[in-house]
Structure formats: structure tokens, C-alpha cells
Design a protein around this ligand. Sequence first.
Ligand SMILES: C[S@@+](CC[C@H](N)C(=O)[O-])C[C@H]1O[C@@H](n2cnc3c(N)ncnc32)[C@H](O)[C@@H]1O
Length: 222
Amino acid sequence: MQINLHQLSAASALCCNSLLVTIRWFTWPILKRLMNSFEKWYCGSALWRYLTRRQLLPWMLHGTVLGEHVLELGAGAGPATIELANRAPRITSVEYEHHSAVKLHTRAMHSSVSVIQGDAGALPFPDATFSSAIAILMLHHLKSSELQNRAFSEIHRVLRPSGVFLAFDIPNGWIHRVAHIKSTFVPLDPATAARRLIASGLSKVTLDSRSGGFLIRAMRAN
Ligand SMILES: C[S@@+](CC[C@H](N)C(=O)[O-])C[C@H]1O[C@@H](n2cnc3c(N)ncnc32)[C@H](O)[C@@H]1O
């Protein structure tokens, strides 16, 4: 049987197309699921707990007085929660996902931590409830800039005068985009963050970048 060049290139094009379809239909969903599971697994891992306790929190809390009632936003598996409970008399942790909130509630049962399933953009607390608020890797999980601005306004509302808001987050970059293929990633632009926080009512905003992330400090003036 004779195969001419035209038939050969048609056959290889068909092969390439089938390969691309196979990748798209089978490999891509598996990859997306793996990346999502990786993020969840990493945030619940002993390594992240260790880094939060030994590196991140000491950096974030340096020179800050948390006061007697701390609001933690987007607590996840709680790598910072119990550590915060060692540093302040009362912690209220808000977590959006029901399953994570229930798990953390069970873990924190015998501590001074209250866990509430809720949304950082619609906080179920009266004005001026907290002496400080902290959000670790939570802001980029809010689905739009508008929802982030709403969360900033809510944080301002529930902080007492002179209350401090601390947030650690990651900038835009391909590695973070890949790691969030199947979950939300709306990175906060450090260049515009201060302006947005001030627009929400917060003041004395500072930003500090280190080790691939940045720390925001802001205050409710009155
Ligand atoms: C990357 S995890 C970080 C968890 C934890 N702070 C840590 O350091 O491992 C982000 C968490 O924010 C939560 N989250 C997402 N949207 C939220 C919202 N609107 N309000 C409160 N928490 C939210 C997610 O469910 C998730 O547990």
C-alpha cells in the first residue's frame, strides 16, 4: 500500500488533535483537581503550620498589640488560630467553607476560640467589636475587587478605634495562578492596596514585602 505525503500529514494532524483532545478532556481536569487539592493540602500541612508559627506570625505581629479580642478572617484549617489564642485572651475565627469551619470548631473546642461560618464581606458582628483583625492568605480568595473592598469596609466597621488590621497575601504571578487553577485567585495589587484601604475608612496603611508575599498593616483611627 502506498501512502503519500498528503495522507501522512493528514494522519499526523489527526493524531495531534486527538492528543490535544485527550489532554483537554482527561489530563486537564485531573491537573486542576490536583492543584486545588495541593493548595488545600499545603494550607493544612504541618510544614505550613510550622512556618506560620515560627516565621509568619512573629513577622506579622512584631510591634503590634492585638488587644483582648482578635478577629481572624479565612481561618481555613487554623494554622494561625491556636497560636493567636496563645497571644490574646479571645479569638473569633470566621471561615467561609462550612466543612472547614466545622473542623476548626471541633479542634478549638476547649480553647478561647469561637469559630463562625461566615463571609468576610458581610460580618455578623456589631460595630466596634474587635481590638484587632488578621487575614492570612484570605484576600485573594474573595471573588472580585468589589468584594475585597466590601471586606475592607466591614473590617473597618467591626474594629474598635485604634484597632489594627493585619493581612498577609501573595502578589500576582504565574506560579500562584497555576496553584489556583481550580480555586479563586484575585490578587491584590500592592501598588493600589493602600488607596483602597484608605477609601474603606482605614488609615496609617503600610506595606512590607518579604519572601514572595506582602504584609499590610492598617488602623481604624476613630
Ligand atoms: C488559602 S486559605 C488560608 C487559610 C489560613 N488562613 C491559612 O493561613 O492557611 C483561604 C481561606 O479563606 C477562606 N475564605 C474564602 N472566602 C472567604 C470569605 N468570603 N470569608 C471568609 N473566609 C473566606 C477559604 O475558605 C479558605 O479557608
